[in-house]
Design a protein around this ligand. Structure first.
Ligand SMILES: Cc1cc2nc3c(=O)[nH]c(=O)nc-3n(C[C@H](O)[C@H](O)[C@H](O)COP(=O)(O)O)c2cc1C
Length: 309
């Protein structure tokens, strides 16, 4: 990770972020209006919705359930598949002037090999890959890779063999041993780890007496998970030398700065966008204010500040 010129600009695992704030996968639409400069100038990159090898319809039934301090989701990887994404959607997204990370999610090793070959063929069209070994909303694969250090290493190594660009590996907070999984990703060639995806939760429809979601469980995110995600960032940052990207419940400048002081080099923002897009501007301005308040030349100097206290 190296500092560029602007006080917030950072190279984070090969991604040159003008602002170390990234829109989390699955929480931003592809419609052009959402990519207008007044919103996107506050972010360094946008993660795509998860992309699978084949088109995926997503889960039946209820997909979103609000809770008092967050949201449960069970979207189930609805997407158009890697071929259509690269051939039809990516050329349009590339014209919008914001780096795009492809969030890649696989059921099998063969799926991953196919997707990474397509990504490598696409060359400069792809700014970076976020390898998703952490989606809890499918019965096939995905999170089962991310709970196990050996499988995380296997997936990362397979992706790295085919693609030499920025490779962020998005971990699951459900992994029993976060440092071990983060280290496994690092030694297999990850350029950064993202901590983390959603936490397994559930809801019951008490009028009908049934689980709300067709798969019973769903992924919890938003303010409720922030202290949990902060601890995961702390643990991962203590275990690896590659950058850690903090994700989970970031909803303003304070939570973003806490992630950074715990050791994150950048943050991802997801569920908070469902309440107010202005969170992006608030975080951006708040991080600039923190540089002044702490009287440092760049935000990079505050990374891990709380670890040195
Ligand atoms: C509606 C919704 C869809 C999501 N889809 C994906 C996805 O496709 N891939 C992924 O890696 N994470 C996905 N996530 C997880 C987010 O990217 C993020 O890791 C998580 O929500 C925690 O961040 P937050 O508390 O800021 O939302 C999704 C989250 C939500 C709320």
């Amino acid at each position: 990770m190296s500092c560029i010129s602007d006080p917030l600009a950072l190279d984070v695992g090969g991604m040159k972020l003008k602002v170390p704030v990234v829109i989390a996968s699955g929480t931003w639409a592809y419609e052009a209006g959402m990519w207008a400069d007044d919103l996107t100038r506050h972010v360094g990159a946008i993660c795509s919705k998860a992309i699978t090898k084949d088109p995926c319809p997503g889960n039946p039934g209820c997909r979103i359930w609000e809770t008092p301090s967050g949201v449960l989701n069970s979207i189930g990887l609805q997407n158009e598949g890697i071929d259509r994404f690269i051939d039809c959607r990516l050329p349009d997204l590339k014209k919008r002037g914001v780096p795009v990370m492809l969030n890649v999610c696989m059921q099998s090793a063969e799926d991953l090999a196919y997707m990474m070959d397509r990504i490598a063929e696409a060359g400069d069209m792809v700014d970076g890959v976020e390898l998703n070994v952490s989606c809890p909303n499918t019965d096939h694969g995905c999170m089962s890779w991310g709970v196990d250090p050996a499988l995380t290493a296997q997936a990362t190594e397979m992706a790295r063999r085919r693609w030499d660009g920025p490779l962020w590996v998005k971990l699951t907070p459900q992994a029993p041993d976060i440092p071990a999984v983060a280290k496994a990703a690092e030694s297999a060639g990850a350029s950064a780890v993202v901590t983390a995806n959603t936490w397994l939760g559930m809801a019951i429809d008490t009028l009908r007496g049934v689980p709300v979601f067709s798969r019973r469980v769903a992924g919890l995110s938003g303010p409720a998970v922030f202290p949990l995600a902060l601890r995961v960032v702390w643990d991962a940052a203590g275990a690896v030398k590659i950058p850690v990207i903090g994700c989970g419940g970031v909803d303003g400048p304070d939570s973003a700065l806490a992630m950074i002081m715990a050791g994150a080099s950048a943050v991802e923002v997801g569920a908070a966008l469902f309440g107010d897009f202005k969170v992006l501007e608030n975080v951006h301005e708040g991080l600039l204010a923190a540089v002044e308040r702490w009287n440092v030349a760049s935000l990079a100097e505050l990374i891990g500040r709380a670890r040195r206290a």
